[in-house]
Ligand binder design. Structure first.
Ligand SMILES: *Cc1c(COP(=O)(O)O)cnc(C)c1O
Length: 224
């Protein structure tokens, strides 16, 4: 299927899931996850109406940002994969969002290294909601203290939380737990607007739980 067709089909899936959940059809943003696909695929998706793109690997993302520099300012780049402290500078300089922050040290470096002429870097804290030892992210109890510290850093804007629930039917509880954590932190005054939850296989479950951004790779670009 052409990228423009799969993008439209995905947008319809998102809108239908919003309606089924009693939410406005435009309540959820689509992040097109372009990891492993070439810059030409990003260009095609952009031409078909995608505006925000997610990359997992710093070097690969930077290469695509460079290749598409002519579109700078018209598309938004999100880092959604692990970030080591020796790679923070180019990320602070080139990306618009980092959704995978789970340590204060990384957040401090991103804030220090964000160029003053750019708007603050948008941040989501990654939560290990499945509790699997192999997964990165904060444990739920660790989120509130780091959220307060990140919200206080001058060159960052804390936008919300990101998680990757386990695949399979038992993960519905994990989607709901993320939404509950997000609401609880906002009730404590954190003012976050983004719950980044849901991928190709679980976007309906995520939207029913309250996701505001789904990160979709396979359903837009095809199998990796
Ligand atoms: C790869 C990836 C996605 C997209 O997954 P699909 O199943 O291809 O939609 C979303 N979020 C993260 C963090 C990813 O690594």
């Amino acid at each position: 299927m052409a990228i423009s067709d799969s993008l439209q089909a995905t947008k319809h899936r998102i809108a239908a899931a919003c309606v089924a959940a009693g939410r406005a059809p435009d309540a959820v943003r689509l992040l097109a996850v372009s990891k492993t696909f070439p810059a030409s695929a990003v260009r095609e998706a952009f031409a078909a109406g995608a505006q925000a793109f997610g990359e997992n690997y710093v070097q690969e993302g930077l290469a695509k940002i460079e290749a598409l520099v002519a579109l700078r300012g018209r598309l938004e780049w999100h880092l959604i994969g692990p970030l080591q402290s020796n790679k923070t500078r180019p990320v602070a300089e080139q990306f618009d969002w980092v959704q995978s922050v789970d340590r204060l040290k990384i957040a401090e470096r991103l804030s220090e290294q964000r160029p003053p002429e750019l708007p603050p870097l948008n941040i989501c804290l990654q939560v290990n909601i499945s509790g699997e030892a192999s997964k990165s992210g904060l444990l739920p109890a660790e989120v509130a203290p780091l959220a307060r510290q990140v919200a206080a850093l001058p060159r960052l804007k804390l936008r919300g939380l990101m998680a990757i629930p386990e695949p399979g039917p038992e993960s519905t509880g994990q989607h709901r737990a993320m939404a509950a954590l997000f609401d609880a932190l906002n009730a404590q005054g954190l003012d976050m607007d983004t719950l980044s939850l849901g991928m190709s296989a679980d976007l309906e479950t995520a939207i029913a739980a309250g996701s505001t951004m789904v990160r979709i790779g396979t359903a837009v670009f095809g199998a990796r």
